[in-house]
Design a binder for this molecule. Sequence first.
Ligand SMILES: Cc1cc2nc3c(=O)[nH]c(=O)nc-3n(C[C@H](O)[C@H](O)[C@H](O)COP(=O)(O)OP(=O)(O)OC[C@H]3O[C@@H](n4cnc5c(N)ncnc54)[C@H](O)[C@@H]3O)c2cc1C
Length: 170
Amino acid sequence: MIDLTAQTTFRLPFQAATVIELASLETAATQLQGIDAPALVLAGGSNWIQLDPTFLGTVIRPRLMHCHAEIVQDEVRLRVGAGVLWHQLVMDTLASGWYGLENLALIPGWVGAAPIQNIGAYGVELSSVCTAVLAWDFVTPAAGHVDQRRLCVCLSRFPVQARFHPILHS
Ligand SMILES: Cc1cc2nc3c(=O)[nH]c(=O)nc-3n(C[C@H](O)[C@H](O)[C@H](O)COP(=O)(O)OP(=O)(O)OC[C@H]3O[C@@H](n4cnc5c(N)ncnc54)[C@H](O)[C@@H]3O)c2cc1C
């Protein structure tokens, strides 16, 4: 068993049979295809309470750290890996003079959790700035984009239960 207790803010006892770390988009599909259910995604662990200390399935840690920016006219489009620290992303955009995420500064956690939680603060929610999420569909299984309209539906239906898991990037 692998001890993950220190990986969550509450530090409740938590051990998993298998842990896989997704390090790049190129290898993630192969890693994800090899997973037998059940599986959980654990990111920064700041919104995580583990009631059962033992999990016999696979815990996925999406440590995808890419960040690509494309400037189209007066708009900046970012493609950011699920493992990037959310607050660091906000700081990096501000340092570049790109505004829009500043109300969401200091929210703990990783980028990949942001659409799952639809993080929000000071009147701004992620859903107002996130246009699409690259998600892994465990049924197909394959990666696919969930656009903003479907994302909003997912968000209002609690996406953890949904078929798409935005493990990869948003
Ligand atoms: C002190 C404090 C202040 C906070 N302030 C705010 C705030 O102002 N606004 C706000 O909205 N939230 C706030 N939060 C909540 C928290 O920051 C967010 O919910 C954040 O998105 C959690 O990110 P995480 O990486 O820690 O996710 P985790 O705790 O690791 O995971 C949370 C859930 O998301 C799922 N998940 C995570 N990543 C992925 C992924 N890539 N793919 C699929 N599922 C995934 C997990 O399975 C789990 O169900 C606060 C939390 C703390 C502790």
